[in-house]
Design a protein around this ligand. Sequence first.
Ligand code: 5GP
Ligand code: ZN
Length: 115
Amino acid sequence: MNGCVFCKIVKKEIPAKEVYRDGEIVAFRDINPKAPVHILVIPVKHLEDLSKAGPKDRELLGKLLYSVKEIAAGAGLEKSGYKLISNNGIGSGQLVFHLHFHILGGWQKKPEWQV
Ligand code: 5GP
Ligand code: ZN
């Protein structure tokens, strides 16, 4: 979609530190990481957010979630664990309106509440 920064990354019109790409999914490092490991996983298809997905996107959504698991493992997070976040809509703080999952991890210590 015109003007969409993630569509530009898909089309390689702007650079990104890619960690995975196939015909339907691209994953790359967040430009402003909020964790030691911060990867964004997006569909090639421009969907503004999850609410815009329709029944025909069910298979794609399954692939996206499965690719999250594999990309997280590839980034060395399988054992240590990671957070998975997807902001949906203005009220969530979403800034880029192209569906994406944030994989966040790589902290050395467990959070204090997790003893
Ligand atoms: P949102 O708030 O929409 O869920 O998060 C969008 C994320 O995209 C932010 O964490 C932001 O740092 C990241 N981001 C925005 N523009 C770019 C870019 O051009 N390249 C990369 N790699 N990440 C971006
Ligand atoms: Zn887009």
